[in-house]
Write a protein that binds this ligand. Sequence first.
Ligand SMILES: [Zn+2]
Length: 403
Amino acid sequence: MTDPEAVALHRQAVVVDTHNDLLMLVSRRAADAQAAYFRDHWLPQLRSGGVDVQVLPVFIDDDFRPEGAMRQTLRMIEAGHRIAEGNADSVRLCRAGADVDTALADGCIALVLALEGCEAVGTDVELLRTLARLGIRMVSFTHFGRTALADGSAEDDAGSRLTSAGVAAVTLLEELGVLIDVSHLSAAGTDHVLSLATRPVVASHSSAFTVRAHHRNLTDERLKGIAASGGVVGVNFYYGFIDPDSPTIGRLVDHIEHVASVAGLDHVGLGPDFVKEVYEQLTPRPPRSTSRGCRARSRSPDWRHRPGCRWSPRSCCVAAGPRTASARCSARTGCASSAQSWSSEQHRGNPCAECARPLLLYLVWATSGDQVQQQRSSSAARERMVMAVGPQGGQAFRALPTG
Ligand SMILES: [Zn+2]
């Protein structure tokens, strides 16, 4: 993105990303290397993207579920604290809205810890109080599957509402001033939360079901319900939820416009879910090869044999490290990005950081209407994006950390 006016608008705005799984990679580094890894690898990206507030979900992957969930949850929370303590000149871990304001006033990026799924607590809902003391300010009850509190959206066929422990969790989280996040929750569970909630409910990374019928996306009725609660919907950029056949910026804009038109300008935000790098580091895949047999036969330094290799291409050999495939950004038009890999099939819909920057014009706290108007002279896609952003766009997200 080169339009200086758009860049200026972006820089003046408070840009909030309500979902980035970077803690998954940070927490896998040695404890004494985590702060430096964040500073060297993630901080430049957040600065370059103009991100002012970053929500950091604690996501527990299959390796730890369910038995090791609490241990991994604590490790990831600790990683968040280490990031903040080791980079006190650049980022702050925030527990209240006032902390966010102070961090921004000091030129720091505000970090907010969240739970993505509640495997760690089981039915012991009071442990949410403990996790809140450790800094968790936003909680979703599930990932795709079932927890002791609720069903995830992949279990929609079960039609389940919250369990009694889930109902108790709603009450406790509201008492603690911790936001409830319905992204990933089943349809019936989402309706149940909305019927119980007396405080703003958010969807940290969900898109519009009307635009793309996927169980992870929200119907118009649920978008309205979230808006009525005073919450915000952070639109997810993941290609499968946007349009798997044509995962373009234009289609993403369709989602943002739809959420804005149904829920209102004050209730649309950004939850990009830039998960490509996390995915590629945690599940490296063999490089393409035209020859049959084990890829390790190529003797590439990036590949190694497993013991007992029988030269089977898929099951035998694993990558020794992350891939360094050729660069292809999905947004692509004129994109010169060469630093990153864009070849993963699972994540072909993710634009590179540079091309994604105009998308971040969906301000969570917008600046002034005049500046928004100026953007209408820009490209058609950007113009449509600007149409979906009002001077008060997403202001409701101020409800995020509530002390
Ligand atoms: Zn997610």
